[in-house]
Design a protein around this ligand. Sequence first.
Ligand SMILES: [Zn+2]
Length: 242
Amino acid sequence: MQIVGYRNDEPALLVAEAGAVRRLSLAPGTELAYTLSERHCAGTIDGERHIACERDRSPYCELHTTPWSVANNRDSEAEHAIYLAAFAPAVFKVGVTRLERLETRLREQGADRAAHVRTVPDGRIARERETAIRVEHDITERVRVATKIQGFGEIIDENAWNDLLAEFDVRKQFTFDYGLDLDGRPLAETMLSGVVRGSKGRVLVLDHRGTTYAVDLRDLVGCEIDEGATDRELQASLDGFA
Ligand SMILES: [Zn+2]
């Protein structure tokens, strides 16, 4: 079995076995017991069929990587939203997406807060405005998943966020709650054993032997998996042994 993708809407991994693809649910409460083995290109999914690829590069080799411009609908003439997104405690980014995808896009990234600040006629203008906002307000266009995980279990710095919003003409604000109910920061790991607590964007949060882990689903894509909980030595929190 190989993990060949993931879905954010109803959190799930896509698992391929003998050419067929099925969903492995990541709904809260799901018990997972898999061991990861070697990782290679995740190949292609064509409907419910999987076309395997043995090339080493993961998650995708040169042939199976979707170009950024295609994945992001680069030349889209649809209306675009320009938004600000906040990740606890105080990491702020500017981004653009097709207007109809705004809330989906914010959830995909695991934003804690967001604000829609402008609507523009097409993707090209949206990217120009995005760059201008990045420079003018000194905020990033990209937040690494590792940076997001560092803020899991923390709350938004309201003052810093409101100070930023005051510089914009805010059309709509969003507040997201992913129901993770964390007491502290989970440990970042690449593993697939434990009980699902929930998902925040592409990060899966799992409880395993008294420790809470955060797993970037993208790091699982391409991994071969075997049934059975991992017996690999994982870093554990001290609380886990209390
Ligand atoms: Zn490939």
